[in-house]
Design a protein around this ligand. Sequence first.
Ligand SMILES: [Zn+2]
Ligand SMILES: [Zn+2]
Ligand SMILES: [Zn+2]
Length: 123
Amino acid sequence: MTTARRTTRTPVLDDRFAVSLRGLDVDAETRCVHYHGPTDVVALRFACCDTFAPCHRCHDATADHPAEVWPRARFDEPSVLCGVCRATMTWPAYRAADHACPVCKAAFNPGCSAHAHHYAEAG
Ligand SMILES: [Zn+2]
Ligand SMILES: [Zn+2]
Ligand SMILES: [Zn+2]
């Protein structure tokens, strides 16, 4: 696995990922310059541009528009990416997964829950 970090800004996408993704100093498991602990391996999709980012600060730093959180009306669409196995899941599935990937069991940072309002409507 490569440990190379890459910054990708609008309109370019990070071509290491199958989904549309941008961020600052992103590693191959979606850690970023802001959140780079062992369990910071989740990327979130933003409704404004349908693009994933490792965190909302990455979105704001690399997009040319304000962030729009994921709306309740789209909770049946995948909006969370596991950077370890690259599986995507819906926001409710992520919230129900108890801080681990439902597919590969990689641990997710429990602290992210405190920032949920940056990423999705309450629900
Ligand atoms: Zn956006
Ligand atoms: Zn970030
Ligand atoms: Zn996973």
